[in-house]
Design a binder for this molecule. Structure first.
Ligand code: R5P
Length: 311
């Protein structure tokens, strides 16, 4: 039988997933000792069960990663039949290659640790780079928020005047897939990052004048990429600019940057639990991936196809 356990990173999402599956979340304590060590106690029998741990490795990333590892260890020692780490937002994904000599590939290290802790499978969403799937030597499903975004975009936009825009060259494959699903054209912001931590918009490839632009990306962190892309698109005559971004990391002054930017709205998913500042921001809206992830969990447990969710 499948069972859902939640860490502390995103309890509302875990509860919504459990509700979709019609299951009560497993009774468990995931707390800190005084020195901030993580302590876990699973408070019901899980022997022989098909366990799904819902835990995004979002801020504070290392604490949430450690919770995931220790819950996995607890379940393994409690004789769970199979353990799936459901990681809606996989932190450390941006460290997926060596940007220079003597730097780590932290995504691979984190994948190794999760596997070593005892996870049998991984279920994640919009990985920063598809090849990170291969960093895990256990079955790893990478879900796409595409269908959730397409539904919302169709509901809120007149597609006859819409163009999908990739905010940088690295995101073209993702944006092209969405443009194809919506049957609208594609434009690209050719961004050059002159110094680490800064982003500079150089050029727009494609015709955006008179169009409603929809920026697509996997992560919004500082918000710099989006704010600069919105400036560049408006300067080229775009009617308005909306962004659909899967993971709202939104660190530092990101919410203020988004609020004061030229973005009409930013739509993110609840892969990361939204802060109060995000919830009250006037141009940020959160849509849920609970049904998508819940359906994928149900199918995994019943040994049914997950890829058919995206056909
Ligand atoms: C970069 O490769 C990612 O896809 C995002 O574009 C980036 O992480 C966004 O970061 P920021 O919001 O800090 O510009």
């Amino acid at each position: 039988m499948m069972k859902i356990v939640s860490g502390n990173s995103n309890k509302p999402l875990a509860e919504a997933i459990a509700a979709y599956l019609g299951l009560p979340p497993v009774k468990a304590v995931v707390k800190r000792f005084n020195d901030m060590e993580v302590f876990v106690e699973i408070q019901e029998n899980v022997r022989g069960q098909d366990m799904f741990i819902v835990q995004s490795t979002s801020f504070p990333t290392n604490d949430h990663l450690m919770e995931l590892l220790i819950i996995t260890d607890a379940l393994r020692r409690a004789s769970a039949k199979r353990i799936t780490a459901v990681i809606p937002y996989f932190g450390y994904a941006r460290q997926d290659r060596k940007p220079g000599p003597r730097t780590p590939i932290s995504s691979k290290l984190v994948a190794n640790i999760i596997t070593r802790a005892g996870a049998d499978r991984v279920l994640t969403l919009d990985l920063h780079a598809g090849q990170i799937q291969g960093f895990f030597d256990i079955p790893t499903d990478n879900l796409f928020s595409g269908p959730v975004f397409v539904r919302d975009i169709k509901h809120h936009n007149n597609l006859s005047n819409t163009i999908v825009v990739s905010p940088d060259i690295g995101g073209v494959v993702r944006a092209r897939a969405l443009a194809k699903r919506l049957d609208v054209p594609l434009a690209i912001v050719d961004k050059r990052r002159e110094r680490a931590g800064e982003s500079e918009v150089m050029n727009i490839i494609g015709e955006v004048a008179g169009k409603s632009c929809i920026l697509i990306d996997d992560i919004v962190d500082s918000g710099g990429t989006l704010a600069n892309a919105a400036d560049a698109l408006v300067a080229k005559g775009a009617v308005d600019v909306t962004a659909y971004i899967t993971h709202g990391v939104l660190s530092g002054g990101a919410v203020a940057r988004i609020t004061s930017s030229k973005l009409k709205s930013l739509v993110i998913t609840d892969s990361i639990q939204p802060t109060e500042a995000v919830r009250v921001a006037k141009n940020i809206r959160v849509i849920s991936v609970a049904t998508l992830i819940g359906e994928a969990i149900g199918r995994t447990s019943r040994e049914e196809s997950v890829s058919s969710l995206f056909e």
